[in-house]
Design a protein around this ligand. Structure first.
Ligand SMILES: Cc1cc2nc3c(=O)[nH]c(=O)nc-3n(C[C@H](O)[C@H](O)[C@H](O)COP(=O)(O)O)c2cc1C
Length: 307
């Protein structure tokens, strides 16, 4: 059986994954935190926490709230910053066979350019995922992914600053996701990943105030799966670069839905908080399905529900 997928066919370096199961940014740390739990190197790729130019403390507590079938988070991009990532994490990744993709986020277009430039050519980093729509940050971030023009500007800037394969991660909090996807593809993205979290809030009734310290947060988990699936379906029909599906994927059956809707690979996010082995369980479930159905190559499944 062949489960390998090429996520950056137009890029010189390419981004070849041994299988299409990735982890979603912000839900799997730097990979190292999970490496004692199972052989994470059996996964297709690891996507690390959103990385900024300077280390960040994140938003005020509380930053997490459970909701029916999901979770609201307003972590606010707590991370160690790009310099520490290059010094402390990349050398570890350089010894791994599983590709690591660094998720980057900036508050200005120039931040993205600097981040991409600093990460270019660093051993242990196989690609960049550009977060253009984090709903947790009040300044910057959220704006870029809501409009095709600004999404394209960030994409073109990052592409000019790196030779690494570039995935652009779309936000669902926009009027027309197909238009944003087309603009990003035209600006040179090697692949598109979607979706990031859906904006939401919760109120603490006893305290009579918003439950999250920063009022609003991003909703993730099974609650957003139908939204994510339809957006993946829509975007896969609008662009001719690989699409990576993300949003509420908890079982191998969820993953198969995304492949059939047109995703070439998938990312597992919130499910990691319930079952840290979820990505591996999902991979094994996909393999079992392929065996049972006599499917020799994962590509036979991609987009089959598109008619
Ligand atoms: C606690 C938490 C932190 C996250 N941090 C990031 C981040 O730093 N960068 C990013 O692009 N997405 C981040 N995300 C979004 C996830 O990568 C993913 O797009 C989203 O949660 C939907 O997938 P899921 O429903 O499988 O979790 C975060 C999500 C959660 C729950």
């Amino acid at each position: 059986m062949n489960l390998s997928v090429q996520l950056a066919p137009k890029n010189k370096q390419g981004l070849l994954l041994a299988n299409p199961v990735m982890t979603a940014s912000g839900t799997f740390g730097y990979g190292t935190e999970y490496s004692h739990l199972f052989d994470i190197q059996n996964l297709g790729a690891i996507t690390c926490k959103g990385t900024t130019l300077k280390a960040r403390e994140g938003n005020p507590q509380p930053r997490l709230a459970e909701t029916p079938c999901g979770v609201l988070n307003s972590i606010g991009l707590q991370n160690i910053g790009v310099k520490a990532l290059i010094k402390e994490k990349a050398p570890v990744w350089a010894g791994w066979r599983v590709p690591v993709i660094v998720n980057i986020v900036g508050e200005t277009v120039d931040d993205y350019a600097q981040l991409a430039g600093e990460l270019d050519g660093v051993a242990g980093i196989s690609g960049l995922e550009v977060n253009i729509g984090c709903p947790n940050i009040k300044a910057g971030g959220a704006e870029f992914g809501t409009k095709p023009e600004t999404a394209a500007e960030v994409t073109a800037t990052v592409k000019a600053a790196t030779s690494l394969p570039v995935l652009v991660k779309l936000t669902p909090n926009t009027a027309d996701i197909a238009e944003v996807a087309k603009a990003v593809a035209e600006a040179g993205a090697d692949a598109i990943s979607l979706i990031n979290t859906v904006k939401g809030m919760a109120v603490d009734v006893a305290a009579r105030r918003p439950l999250l310290g920063s009022v609003s947060g991003g909703l993730s988990g099974p609650a957003i799966k139908p939204i994510a699936l339809y957006m993946v379906y829509t975007v896969a029909g609008a662009v001719d670069i690989p699409v990576v599906g993300c949003g509420g994927i908890t079982t191998s059956s969820d993953a198969l839905e995304f492949f059939m809707a047109g995703a070439s690979a998938i990312q597992v996010g919130t499910a990691n908080f319930i079952n840290p082995r979820a990505p591996l369980d999902i991979l094994e479930g996909i393999e079992q399905f392929m065996k049972r159905e006599g499917i020799k190559d994962i590509s036979e499944l991609i987009g089959v529900a598109r008619g």
